[in-house]
Design a protein. Structure first.
Length: 278
């Protein structure tokens, strides 16, 4: 089976062209191919498929085989693959996801290939029941939560998938491998959650470390970047337009007032391709 590995700000996935190949058990393949010692190595598996409502359709499976709703870095790479490999030539290019159809504006280089993209991530979901998070309030803003013998304040946002944003003074000092798994599966999150520790440098600049639901520590998270921007506005930590530093690179995020949509801009890079034994 032919695969391509792409990454957006270090958030790397293995991509399968579902227009020309069929994957019988994507959850099982995700677990095997994502293994960084015995497989290709990635944060998960993404299938690029035909769509009846958009240019292409994306299905995303985390490294543990669980299916996710949306990935902001992954959807940029889906659009790049679809454009570069001739599956679709629209710009903006529309991608069907489990969190709705997303429009991606492509930055095409002089070589005719996509170098970066801006994703319309849609409107943030702030109602606790829809995120979901077990909070009895209109919004989950500055809600107390404990993990690893420590107390935090979190703000929760859904960008089609659940996120919890926690602010710290020194993001590098956070014991991500210890706190991440406990917070991801905390009783407050009925569908688990993506966890983001954030250090604020200014009203327009933050640094983030992420524990991604089903994948563990990742170098970046696109939907998480959108959630961080929204959470920062809700808590007065940042303005509506920020630069977000992740371990894998920078992302630009804007939560516009005119349409209430969040826009995410970042790179999309094809790393290598190969054959996986079927």
């Amino acid at each position: 089976m032919r695969f391509v590995k792409l990454q957006g700000s270090g958030n790397d996935y293995v991509y399968i062209d579902g227009f020309h190949q069929r994957v019988e058990d994507p959850a099982d393949l995700a677990r095997a191919i994502s293994d960084r010692h015995f497989g290709v190595g990635s944060d998960g598996l993404i299938l690029i498929l035909p769509s009846t409502v958009a240019d292409v359709r994306m299905r995303i499976f985390n490294a543990d085989g669980s299916e996710a709703e949306m990935c902001g870095n992954g959807v940029r790479c889906v659009a790049k693959y679809a454009y570069d490999h001739g599956l679709a030539k629209a710009n903006p290019l529309r991608v069907e996801t489990a969190a709705g159809v997303k429009a991606i504006e492509l930055a095409v280089g002089p070589d005719g290939k996509v170098a970066a993209a801006t994703v319309d991530m849609g409107e943030p979901i702030l109602q606790p029941r829809q995120i979901p998070v077990a909070v009895e309030a209109d919004r989950a803003v500055n809600v107390p939560i404990s993990a690893g013998g420590m107390k935090f304040r979190m703000t929760c946002v859904s960008m089609g998938n659940p996120h919890a944003v926690l602010y710290v003074d020194d993001v590098e000092a956070v014991e991500l491998e210890r706190l991440g798994p406990e917070l991801e599966r905390h009783a407050m999150f009925p569908r688990r959650a993506n966890i983001h520790f954030v250090q604020v440098h200014s009203a327009r600049e933050v640094t983030v470390r992420t524990w991604e639901r089903g994948s563990g520590a990742t170098l970046a998270c696109g939907t998480g970047a959108a959630a961080v921007c929204v959470a920062g506005v809700l808590t007065g930590q940042n303005e509506r337009e920020i630069t977000l530093h992740a371990p894998g690179g920078d992302l630009s995020v804007t939560w516009r007032q005119d349409d209430n949509h969040v826009y995410l801009t970042g790179p999309a890079v094809e790393v290598f391709s190969g054959d996986w034994p079927a």
